[in-house]
Design a protein around this ligand. Sequence first.
Ligand SMILES: *[C@@H]1O[C@H](CO)[C@@H](O)[C@H](O)[C@H]1NC(C)=O
Ligand SMILES: *[C@@H]1O[C@H](CO)[C@@H](O)[C@H](O)[C@H]1NC(C)=O
Ligand SMILES: *[C@@H]1O[C@H](CO)[C@@H](O)[C@H](O)[C@H]1NC(C)=O
Ligand SMILES: *[C@@H]1O[C@H](CO)[C@@H](O)[C@H](O)[C@H]1NC(C)=O
Ligand SMILES: *[C@@H]1O[C@H](CO)[C@@H](O)[C@H](O)[C@H]1NC(C)=O
Ligand SMILES: *[C@@H]1O[C@H](CO)[C@@H](O)[C@H](O)[C@H]1NC(C)=O
Ligand SMILES: *[C@@H]1O[C@H](CO)[C@@H](O)[C@H](O)[C@H]1NC(C)=O
Ligand SMILES: *[C@@H]1O[C@H](CO)[C@@H](O)[C@H](O)[C@H]1NC(C)=O
Ligand SMILES: *[C@@H]1O[C@H](CO)[C@@H](O)[C@H](O)[C@H]1NC(C)=O
Ligand SMILES: *[C@@H]1O[C@H](CO)[C@@H](O)[C@H](O)[C@H]1NC(C)=O
Ligand SMILES: *[C@@H]1O[C@H](CO)[C@@H](O)[C@H](O)[C@H]1NC(C)=O
Ligand SMILES: *[C@@H]1O[C@H](CO)[C@@H](O)[C@H](O)[C@H]1NC(C)=O
Length: 843
Amino acid sequence: MGWPYHVLLRVLFVFLLACHPSLGQPWDGVVITQADYQGLQAFKRGLVDRRGFLRSWNDSGVGACSGGWEGIKCAQGQVISIQLPWRGLGGRISDGIAQLTALRKLNLHDNFIGGAVPSAIGFLPNLRGLYLFNNRLSGTIPRSIASCPLLQTLDLSNNYLRGPIPADIAASTKLYRLNLSHNNLSGGVPIGLAQSPSLTFLSLHHNLLSGNIPDGWGGSSASGSAAHRLQILNLDHNFFTGDLPASLGRLQSLQVVTISNNRINGSIPEDLGNLPVLQRLDISENSIGGGFPASLCNLTSLIELNLEGNLLGDLIPDAIDGLKNLSFLSLKGNRFQGPIPATIGNISGLSRLDLSENNFTGVIPGTLARLTNLSLFNVSDNNLSGEVPSLLSEKFNSSSFRGNLQLCGYKGSPPCPLTPPPSLPPTTMTTPEAPRSGDGHRLSTKDIILIVIGAVLFLLLVLCCVLLICLIRKRTDQSRKSAAAGAASRGEKAAPSSGTEVESGGDTGGKLVHFDGPLVFTADDLLCATAEIMGKSTYGTVYKATLEDGNQVAVKRLREKIAKNQKEFEAEVNVLGKIRHSNLLALRAYYLGPKGEKLLVFDYMPKGSLAAFLHARGPDTPIDWPTRMKIVMGATRGLHHLHTHENMVHGNLTSGNILLDEQVNAKIADYGLSRLMSAAANSNVIATAGALGYRAPELSKLKKASVKTDVYSLGVVMLELLTGKSPGEAMNGVDLPQWVASIVKEEWTNEVFDLELMRDAEGTTGDELLNTLKLALHCVDPSAAARPEAQQILQQLEEIKPELAGTSPAAPSSAANGGGDDDEKNPAGGGSTSPPTDDDQKS
Ligand SMILES: *[C@@H]1O[C@H](CO)[C@@H](O)[C@H](O)[C@H]1NC(C)=O
Ligand SMILES: *[C@@H]1O[C@H](CO)[C@@H](O)[C@H](O)[C@H]1NC(C)=O
Ligand SMILES: *[C@@H]1O[C@H](CO)[C@@H](O)[C@H](O)[C@H]1NC(C)=O
Ligand SMILES: *[C@@H]1O[C@H](CO)[C@@H](O)[C@H](O)[C@H]1NC(C)=O
Ligand SMILES: *[C@@H]1O[C@H](CO)[C@@H](O)[C@H](O)[C@H]1NC(C)=O
Ligand SMILES: *[C@@H]1O[C@H](CO)[C@@H](O)[C@H](O)[C@H]1NC(C)=O
Ligand SMILES: *[C@@H]1O[C@H](CO)[C@@H](O)[C@H](O)[C@H]1NC(C)=O
Ligand SMILES: *[C@@H]1O[C@H](CO)[C@@H](O)[C@H](O)[C@H]1NC(C)=O
Ligand SMILES: *[C@@H]1O[C@H](CO)[C@@H](O)[C@H](O)[C@H]1NC(C)=O
Ligand SMILES: *[C@@H]1O[C@H](CO)[C@@H](O)[C@H](O)[C@H]1NC(C)=O
Ligand SMILES: *[C@@H]1O[C@H](CO)[C@@H](O)[C@H](O)[C@H]1NC(C)=O
Ligand SMILES: *[C@@H]1O[C@H](CO)[C@@H](O)[C@H](O)[C@H]1NC(C)=O
């Protein structure tokens, strides 16, 4: 890469600049600077691009910053990110990279790039993320990397790097993810890493690291709260020696610790029992001695505890059932002795229990048979005696019990003696714990069989009774068909238990009015539907009703005496019933009962509210970014339609009344309801309008909802989707917008996002997250005037994720014919948006 060539290129470039017709004003600002152009060219020359992904990096340079060059993003003519993962690239990373002084992110993971990590990386003052994992990099990690003051993520895992971890690396005060696992690094762990105030993920596993694990984790105890960020610490498969440092107990955010397969000795420090959110502790395959510290029983959030293959002895504390959330427990290959604590039977979620190769004595406690989720159980190679509880011997074969000389009653074992007493005395005399558990056990095995038989008989009896009662009830129900008004017209009668039938007839002179929609039902159908309470709100109770034909609708029963008088009510409800938009929950019908009861019938949304979808799910049901973005866009479209086409303010937008259909399309509910209410009722409700956490600040003074207060609420919903946090969740007493703003201000932006999203925040997703975050913060601006209109929000969202821009209107998600776009207020199809038909007036 001699200079003459560069000069030549420069000349060529200038020439192109001057001549290219499209380089007029419209392209200004996207023309790449010369330094960056040269840097990219040098970078390309260093690589071997067998599959031709870099073909678009051709010599004109014109497209480099306008999206023409694969994997390149620019700002003001300078390259800010290079992202080329999984491109089959070989070769090496050129020193020319140093010319890209604005570079923030270099992402080349999963290629075949060899050579060294260039020390020129240190010349990149803006570098925030370096993702070079799964390559063939060799040599040592350049010390210069510590000169990148803004570095947040450094992932060089799974390469051929050797030599020490540069001590200076800990000087990067923003570093929060450091992954050097699966290399051949040697030497020790720099003490600075243990004391880093910013590190959140530290993975050094599968290396050749040695020496003591440094002490001083979490900084000095006096240095306070900032030094407790570490969540994940992986040091397994190295050659560490010495003790487990007690200071690990200071890392209050620690969730995962793996130090298995090292040469650690000493004992388990009591302090490890102080970790309030620890979920996984794996220190297996070391030489750790001592006992099982009682303090470990305080780890209530622990899910996996692996102490396999050490020298640990003595008794297991009875308090072990303090590990309430434990699912995996392995004590295999230690020297534990004494009885197996009966309290293990209290750890109801236990699925894998391995106690093999120890020196446990006494019997297998009958309480272990309670562990219904047990899929692995192993007590082989101990010194156990007595009879295996029958439920365990049925479920597990001899491989789980072998190697216990006096154990009997499992498949393939010698039969248990018919007269138990003789076999027990030896055990009962030598181990003080045995008599207690032994007696209890013998009683309970027999008893268990009797109890089980008894229980089965009893259950059968109960079943028969229930069936009988059902039959009788069904008959009386049928004969009561014409009885008085049902629960819906009788008030809260249906309320107490879910699944209550809202029975009875429409023979009381009510009035049902349909708006357009696919559902056909009569007042009788509605009142006889099976109904379950879904929730209660300021305006009334919502039921899920299953009609005779199996269709489901949501029925809102308005609270008594808060609605307008019948005439005004009908005028308003007829307006609401005509609103049709694919992101607004459609009002399908209303019913006026003879005593003034008012029911509103809406589409039923099987997936429930966004709040439940987002906050009440299991850890194994992640929600990916495109889905979240789709929800944001849908909600924005709905709000935009409400504001511009219906001239209506929502006033109480929350994640609780954004509902989701089967395809996770957002549908805003509860709009316009205040129009149905009397002035008196509304003045009461307005005072509390805008759910806590979603209320724009000005609402506390003005008490008047506006399009801008709606935009604020929408902004909070966006933040909810970005952070995964609910506005109700306490974040040191500040609300969600303030919390986010405070973190962004400290340039901890990445910390804001839901961890789930960070997992795939590679590539463009990262930028989408950032841009959406900016937009959300704009929406929750304390000054109402500064907030964008729904229209502008929509536009920006479509720019951020163009691939979703056209989807919603076309999506035939709403079975109804109301799935039009914003401007299609009265879509073709039903045509019945004309005056409501008094479809059904039962008498
Ligand atoms: C450069 O690459 C772009 C994108 O692949 C292509 O459109 C253009 O024709 C190429 N120009 C030259 C001079 O090869
Ligand atoms: C570190 O890298 C390894 C190998 O690439 C990967 O499996 C692991 O998930 C990474 N750990 C963290 C905390 O990023
Ligand atoms: C890593 O070190 C081990 C042990 O010294 C050696 O056998 C292996 O070849 C090394 N691997 C690489 C990729 O350097
Ligand atoms: C732990 O191992 C180190 C050497 O690695 C040795 O010096 C020390 O005595 C051992 N301690 C115990 C308690 O065995
Ligand atoms: C933790 O365990 C120790 C020892 O069992 C006990 O004294 C202490 O009270 C426990 N602490 C908490 C917070 O439960
Ligand atoms: C135990 O696990 C459940 C479900 O995973 C979780 O909700 C709960 O917070 C956990 N308990 C603790 C103390 O972490
Ligand atoms: C735990 O198990 C023991 C022995 O089986 C029992 O006595 C105790 O009541 C149980 N404790 C709880 C909280 O279930
Ligand atoms: C047993 O496992 C099932 C399925 O994994 C789970 O739903 C259930 O909660 C578990 N039971 C207990 C008591 O943890
Ligand atoms: C098991 O415990 C007994 C009595 O406590 C002891 O005599 C024996 O040596 C122990 N065996 C092992 C392998 O630790
Ligand atoms: C089993 O326990 C008995 C009684 O405690 C003891 O005498 C014997 O040595 C133990 N056997 C082994 C193999 O540890
Ligand atoms: C016992 O069950 C395990 C699975 O739990 C199976 O792998 C093993 O082959 C079985 N052994 C015998 C002897 O049946
Ligand atoms: C139980 O443990 C023994 C000894 O560790 C092992 O040989 C056997 O395969 C294990 N059996 C099962 C079912 O895990």
